[in-house]
Design a protein around this ligand. Structure first.
Ligand SMILES: [Zn+2]
Length: 741
């Protein structure tokens, strides 16, 4: 088994598939021009972007510093207006004490607020000091104590805003189409303005700060929050735009800006403006170029001052910015459509853990208890990121464990196990928003997001491992998968249809639901499903919600074991006509029971198998956790893979399972979800006697099985290519390690 590095592995699926999420524009639009490299650099003089290996840390060596393989992060931010949670440091020695405290609690890295709004928390000769700073030097103290306590210090800077009393505010703030300073508070924070990184004075100010920090203080890295390009009509932006397109920035984009941070938690730039407007494509590309330029300048400036400093950015990397990233972070605030939030931290971690670099996940606590801290950290560890703690609660227990077991979480050698994946989003995109106009689904459910969340919960509660892929260009990211799940993936291009058809005909399994493939990439309704041959079914109609329920057939595997408890079906209903599929369940009208509409069907296509579930059972599951719906999806995966599910788990209560691999090793993470599903801070009841069954990859033999949390060896018995074993007890979290000879 050749094991790729995480970088190679994820890049195959991720970086190569990064698109501008603009239907009809196809592949990513390559940058049109790079400005001359203004940075004088000892290490990077000869490095052009194309030769720059993604994420390479130590300039010129291609090595990631040992400490970044599995760092344990703690964060403290400072900002003028924040007085609630942050403890302001006002005496010498307090920062040192903070560093000592987090070290005692297991942390190995501190993200320290150093600059916000153009003012800084160190004794700068360039930038205005925060009025709270006095004679203190947060950064100096932290770096010095960090060396003694073994804590790496990352200077946090947010260059997105300037306080209105900052000397550069008037000159460097973003400008509206009238040429006036855009009169809007940055992030809604009083007396601030968004700053324009195309302004040479502001750019110089930022680069000077970076040079000062990394030449004089030598911290271990930089964390940049809020780095963004804005729609801005200042003369510098106009000049740059003109150089590219020989025209002015169209005034119509005034209405699209300024957004607080552009494309923050997305893996590709999303179209600004209108789908059918060529100017939209142009401004999107312009902003993307700007973002790439400033990201490059930041990284090169830092690394030219301190070659082994790491550069992390808050906004997720895009294809063109990835070369300048050593790490990023997940921070998504979204409430809809979740009703059951017990596993939401893990779900969002799973969503974001798609980059070939270090990805941290913020651990914010509401109740601020040890229990809540552990619940969230374990979900993060089990889903492919590392935690960034904002509170000490839960930290020591988890970080002591993580330090002891760092090699099992090493981001440079650990890859998600490729079995089943589904494209999804956290927000609707422009095409989905257009499709939604056809008919609406009342809250808390929604046309597209509820099926994603409902399906995820069904799979999680069925103890099946799943990974997420981002929707744009998803068909380029499915190599090596056994199961592709298209969850109400209504808008699909012909190219995607071809790739999916090939995937299934070559033996892949497809689980598809709802209106999958009924629309093209521009949101135009097709006369029939583009995947109708795979489904063995044709589209007929969509009925409004009525008085209906679901019944299952006992004839076919996917519904045979299901109890006919008459699940209420209260959503719109897609009517399909079987053209070759076998129908395994129906939605019936309670008043006219002879009218049966297919709700679930199976079909074979080439060497592969397809389960098509046109009824919106995934959406119902988002609100009402329904054992029959969960079992239906579980059966679907088992039938479509002919039982070749890498891990099978029999448990009385819900266990979240994820799988990762390293060279010669498979790691099965188990998270206990035996708790009230509408919260995530209460203790989970222990789960006993979990039976597990693992497929050993062809040509390998299981040589050792052990538990990381309980520090215990496990016995096992072989049956052909499968091993059976039992976990007597699951507390909150466990990792089963299978060593393969
Ligand atoms: Zn500007």
């Amino acid at each position: 088994m050749k094991v790729l590095s995480r970088r190679e592995f994820l890049e195959k699926g991720i970086a190569s598939g990064l698109w501008i999420a603009a239907p009809g524009y196809g592949h990513i639009l390559k940058s049109i021009s790079y400005p001359a490299d203004k940075i004088e650099s000892n290490s990077f003089n000869d490095n052009k972007p194309d030769e720059f290996t993604p994420g390479i840390i130590v300039a010129g060596t291609g090595q990631i510093p040992e400490w970044l393989h599995c760092p344990r992060f703690y964060t403290v931010d400072y900002r003028r207006d924040v007085v609630m949670d942050e403890k302001w440091i006002s005496n010498p020695g307090e920062i040192s004490n903070l560093v000592k405290t987090i070290a005692d609690n297991g942390a190995s890295a501190l993200r320290l607020g150093t600059c916000w709004g153009g003012e800084v928390f160190y004794q700068s000769r360039i930038a205005p000091h925060s009025s709270r700073l006095g004679h203190l030097d947060y950064l100096r103290e932290a770096v010095e104590q960090g060396k003694q306590s073994g804590v790496k210090i990352l200077a946090y800077i947010n260059p997105n805003a300037l306080y209105t009393d900052h000397p550069l505010a008037e000159r460097c703030a973003v400008r509206d189409s009238q040429g006036n300073v855009w009169n809007i508070d940055a992030y809604g924070i009083k007396s601030t303005r968004y700053a324009c990184t195309n302004n040479p004075d502001y750019r110089k100010f930022l680069m000077d700060i970076l040079s000062e920090i990394f030449m004089e203080y030598q911290p271990d890295g930089l964390y940049v929050d809020g780095l963004t390009s804005h729609i801005c009509f200042c003369r510098h932006c106009q000049e740059k735009y003109y150089n590219l397109y020989k025209t002015e920035i169209p005034v119509k984009f005034q209405k699209s800006g300024p957004v607080s941070v552009l494309w923050e938690m997305t893996s590709c730039p999303e179209l600004i403006g209108d789908l059918h407007d060529r100017d939209s494509k142009a401004i999107t590309q312009f902003l993307y170029n700007n973002l790439t330029d400033i990201t490059k300048d930041f990284t090169l400036t830092v690394k030219s001052c301190k070659s082994d400093a790491v550069t992390m950015y808050h906004s997720w990397p895009k294809a063109d910015t990835l070369p300048y990233y050593d790490g990023t972070l997940g921070e998504i605030y979204v409430n809809q459509p979740w009703v059951h939030i017990l596993w939401k931290t893990g779900e969002l971690t799973n969503y974001g853990a798609v980059f070939p670099i270090l990805v941290l996940q913020n651990i914010y606590l509401r109740k601020k208890t040890e229990q809540e801290g552990r619940n969230k950290i374990f979900q993060v560890l089990a889903n492919g990121m590392l935690p960034n703690c904002w509170y000490l609660q839960g930290m020591k227990t988890c970080f002591d464990y993580l330090r002891e077991n760092a090699r099992y979480y090493d981001q440079t050698t650990t890859n998600p196990f490729r079995f089943m994946a589904f494209p999804r989003a956290i927000h609707e995109d422009a095409v989905q928003r257009q499709i939604i106009k056809d008919y609406k689904v009342p809250g808390p459910r929604s046309r597209f997001l509820a099926p994603y969340a409902g399906f995820y919960s069904a799979i999680l509660r069925s103890e099946l491992p799943i990974t997420t892929i981002h929707r744009p260009g998803f068909h380029q990211k499915i190599d090596g998968l056994k199961v592709l799940c298209l969850i109400n993936e209504a808008s699909i291009s012909d190219e995607q249809v071809d790739r999916i058809s090939r995937f299934v005909s070559e033996g892949g399994a497809l689980i598809a639901t709802g209106e999958t493939s009924l629309y093209d990439q521009n949101g135009i309704r097709r006369p029939d499903f583009a995947l109708k041959d795979l489904f063995g079914a044709s589209f007929t109609d969509i009925l409004p919600p009525g008085n209906r329920s679901v019944i299952f057939s006992g004839r076919y595997h996917i519904t045979k074991s299901l109890k006919n408890t008459g699940i209420d079906y209260d959503e719109s209903l897609l009517v399909v006509k079987p053209t070759g599929c076998k129908v395994a369940g129906w939605v019936i009208d309670k008043n006219k029971e002879h009218e049966k509409i297919p709700a679930a069907a199976i079909n074979k296509y080439g060497l592969g198998r397809v389960v098509f579930i046109p009824a919106r059972l995934d959406s119902i599951q988002c609100e009402k956790l329904t054992p029959e719906i969960e079992q239906l999806f579980k059966n679907a995966v088992h039938w479509a893979t002919e039982g070749n599910v890498p891990i099978q788990i029999e448990s009385e209560k819900a266990v979240g399972v994820t799988m990762f691999e390293q060279s010669g090793r498979i790691m099965i993470h188990l998270v206990n979800y035996n708790s009230d599903t509408r919260q995530d801070s209460e203790p989970c009841g222990k789960i006993y006697n979990i039976r597990m069954n693992l497929i050993v990859p062809a040509g390998r033999k299981l040589t050792r099985l052990y538990l990381l949390w309980q520090k215990k060896e496990l016995g096992f018995s072989y049956k052909t290519n499968r091993v059976n074993f039992m976990l007597d007890e699951l507390g909150e979290y466990e990792v089963v390690v299978a060593e393969l000879g």
